[in-house]
Design a protein around this ligand. Structure first.
Ligand code: HEM
Length: 411
């Protein structure tokens, strides 16, 4: 469909045409002056790179993801008319729904194993996983590069950090995939059902840590168990709900980027030759372009808890903002020829990991995993292609990426 065929007001993250391919809609939004407003959702839509940075870096609890960072269509249909500002603190919801200082206290309590030094110490473990998986997969000559390779690596690392037996990695991966799948009817994700199931699974591991004394061996969980949160301990359920973001974020995104990135290299043989010329030096550079070009998350939301004026938008308390990271990566004002994959392009900054308060704190692990999974694959495989007739990129209001990419090994 040509971009000119529809007006910007047709943009709706839950519309079937947008979920099937949002890119032309983003082009139109960026070309129109001002910040787009969706009246029925009482929601402002930011589509340009710089404007997204401007709105997400406003502090002072002006914007809080109090209705979740991924509200469903039903949630957005409820208008607040200047209200919508209460934040429940007992029991504590997941930290992502809270403002300062609760957000930061909870984030800091479990960030330790994802900081650079701790992540570097996972290098040998992740390399071992990648090699071991390829030992099993390569003789088959055909497998799903997203799920069977990157997916199992990412889920295994999450199991490792949570103290879950590695044999459960595939089960965890399938669970995250099934919950992240957009409902074809409603266009959304059943957030309450999803959170309840995660709380149950993660709750079991939290219980185990409590029984074992939470001695710091698993700082992701133990850090939260030892937190004195404004004068009280967190319950098992409260600890579990803080960990959902890491559990999901750590499992579902990197595999789609790695598989898609390897496909882009296969589609551009001269780039693949250049990257192969020095894998240790070039893969980290190529991975940055993969992160820009292939990141599947399309948007995240916040609710205004104050009246704010930004980028010409007059945002009232109770309204929502949606930031389109999926559009920012195609912004011609930020990148030359953004729709082309160029392994060594100049990248001054990216929004694939977000910005501001919610900036992805799995960033170091994501980079480590991607570098290792891409480098190991290219080191072990001389030639590969994809069965695109069997590839799957499901329509999604949120994670629009290659859910399944069957790779064929050899000529
Ligand atoms: C290449 C892979 C990844 C990408 C592109 C990515 C992207 C993002 C983005 C865009 C956000 C910001 C969401 C917002 O603004 O509301 C985010 C937040 C987050 N990510 Fe990642 N992520 C990746 C990998 C990971 C990994 C490996 C982990 C953990 C092991 C992780 C954990 C988190 C957490 C805990 C948050 C904070 C959520 C919040 O404060 O709302 N991510 N990620």
């Amino acid at each position: 469909m040509a971009t000119q065929e529809f007006a910007p007001a047709a943009y709706d993250p839950f519309a079937p045409a947008v979920m099937a391919n949002p890119v032309p809609f983003y082009e139109r939004l960026r070309a129109e002056p001002g910040v787009h407003f969706i009246e029925k959702y009482d929601t402002w839509v930011f589509s340009r790179f710089q404007e997204i940075i401007d709105v997400l870096t406003i502090g002072d609890n002006a914007f809080i993801a109090s209705e979740s960072t991924l509200p469903s269509e039903d949630m957005l249909m409820q208008q607040h008319h200047g209200g919508g500002g209460t934040l429940p603190l007992d029991p504590l919801p997941g930290f992502a729904l809270l403002g300062s200082p609760h957000y930061e206290a909870l984030r800091q309590a479990h960030i330790k194993p994802l900081q650079p030094k701790a992540v570097r110490s996972l290098d040998t473990f992740v390399r071992g996983l990648a090699d071991q998986l390829l030992d099993e997969l390569l003789p088959k000559k055909r497998f799903d590069l997203t799920q069977d390779y990157g997916g199992v690596i990412a889920a295994s690392v999450i199991c490792h950090l949570f103290g879950i037996d590695l044999s459960k990695a595939r089960e965890m991966l399938d669970m995250v995939n099934s919950f992240s799948r957009t409902d074809e009817e409603s266009g959304g994700i059943d957030v309450p059902a999803m959170l309840a199931r995660y709380a149950e699974v993660i709750g079991e591991t939290v219980e185990r840590r409590r029984a074992a004394g939470a001695d710091g061996e698993y700082p992701l969980i133990d850090g939260l168990m030892h937190l004195d949160h404004f004068g009280r301990d967190l319950s098992v359920e409260e600890v579990a709900s803080q960990l959902v973001c890491v559990f999901v974020g750590g499992t579902e995104t990197a595999p789609k980027i790695g598989a898609h990135g390897l496909m882009e290299l296969a589609n551009a043989p001269s780039q693949l030759v250049e990257v192969r010329a020095d894998l240790a030096k070039n893969v980290p550079v190529a991975v940055e372009e993969m992160i820009r070009y292939c990141a599947p998350a399309q948007w995240f939301a916040r609710t205004a808890h104050k009246d704010v004026q930004v980028a010409g938008a007059d945002i009232r308390k109770g309204q929502r903002i949606i930031v389109l990271f999926g559009s920012a990566k195609w912004d011609e004002a930020e990148f030359d020829l953004p729709q082309e994959f160029t392994w060594n392009r100049m990248i001054r900054r990216v929004l694939s990991f977000g910005t501001g308060q919610h900036y992805c704190f799995g960033i170091h692990l994501a980079r480590l995993e991607l570098r290792i999974l891409v480098e190991t694959f290219l080191r072990r495989v001389d030639s590969y292609s994809f069965d695109m007739d069997a590839a799957v990129r499901l329509p999604s209001s949120f994670q629009w990426g290659w859910n399944s990419l069957p790779v064929i090994i050899g000529d």
